[in-house]
Design a protein around this ligand. Sequence first.
Ligand code: FES
Length: 144
Amino acid sequence: MANLSRRDFLKVGKSFLAVTGLAVVLGPIIAFFYPSNLEETPSDPVLIGPESELGEGESKTVRFGRYPAIVINTSEGLRAYSAVCTHFACIVKWDLQRNEIVCPCHDGFFSPHTGEVISGPPPRPLDPIHVEIVDGEIYIGGAA
Ligand code: FES
């Protein structure tokens, strides 16, 4: 390594960038054609974590089967929704200042209490997910 010339170092750097770039481009394409075996929606409840770690006004985005879910401790209690926007499937985020769930792609806004569309282009509410607390732990999904 001590005898590595500047030219060799640049070659290594270029190769590294080429491989990394290839992985960035090909990764999503491969994932599209060969999706993982994750369930669309898990049949069993998914553990989110201790209730004490999600204070009022806080949220957590977690993997829920193939797609993410958003769990929010609202002023009216815990709520969970699919984090996939019903417009063009961008991932929604919690905005504490606005007290709304926001889709950054086309300014879609949803109620944290019901998932209903407040404004913007989404055609329907976020898909709700059952939330349950068992022995102080938050679980989502797994029940009607
Ligand atoms: S994808 Fe969410 S508002 Fe368009």
